[in-house]
Design a protein around this ligand. Sequence first.
Ligand SMILES: Cc1cc2nc3c(=O)[nH]c(=O)nc-3n(C[C@H](O)[C@H](O)[C@H](O)COP(=O)(O)O)c2cc1C
Length: 215
Amino acid sequence: MTTQTSAAAVPAATATAAAERSAPAPLRVAVVLGTNREGRFGPVIADWVLAHVRERPDLDVEFIDLAEDEPPSALSFNPSPEAADRLARITPKLAAAEAFVVLTPEYNHSFPAPLKTLIDWHRAEWQAKPVAFVSYGGISGGLRAVEQLRQVFAELHAVTVRDTVSFHNAGALFDDAGNHLDPAAPDAAAKTMLDQLTWWGIALREAKEVRPYGS
Ligand SMILES: Cc1cc2nc3c(=O)[nH]c(=O)nc-3n(C[C@H](O)[C@H](O)[C@H](O)COP(=O)(O)O)c2cc1C
């Protein structure tokens, strides 16, 4: 004799768990703009990325702009009150995030110094979390900056997602209102990147609930 399971026979706890699995709470994503250069192009890129993140109901976004929230330039195990104040504006946002989108230009074949300073001030805040990249620059599109950042984040036990969005000769790609002139390909790239980030973010959230990450 075979036994069929009807919906009514499914225990309430099992049904609830299944529903939670199919619709997890939105992933808390921090978008980090990694430059504070005067006259920077970065805000155009940030607005474009934030628009893509905000249209997704599966993501909750926090924006960290290193021109607004600048980490202290000198690392210290005993920060001054001023340094502690600055960190108090940044660190809780990183700690609360379950995933990151790092926006980086390329400066001399690498990423900007303030971004490295932000990374180095923190440790647990990056651990066992996924990091995606949007890069921009001159001819390189920031790709070298991203490849170097992958090495940095590996040291911090973060997981970098494969697919990125990169803007080569970025200044020529957007109109004065910040709209991309030919958006189909970058829109598709952003979706792929955010899908991968979300998969990793939810997978790591669920894994850490069962087995806290120990390093
Ligand atoms: C100091 C500096 C170094 C740069 N080095 C590179 C580089 O190595 N490769 C590249 O493709 N673009 C390079 N660029 C171009 C920048 O990536 C591009 O101007 C970008 O818009 C800079 O981001 P920002 O405007 O948000 O500061 C450099 C720009 C600056 C200011």
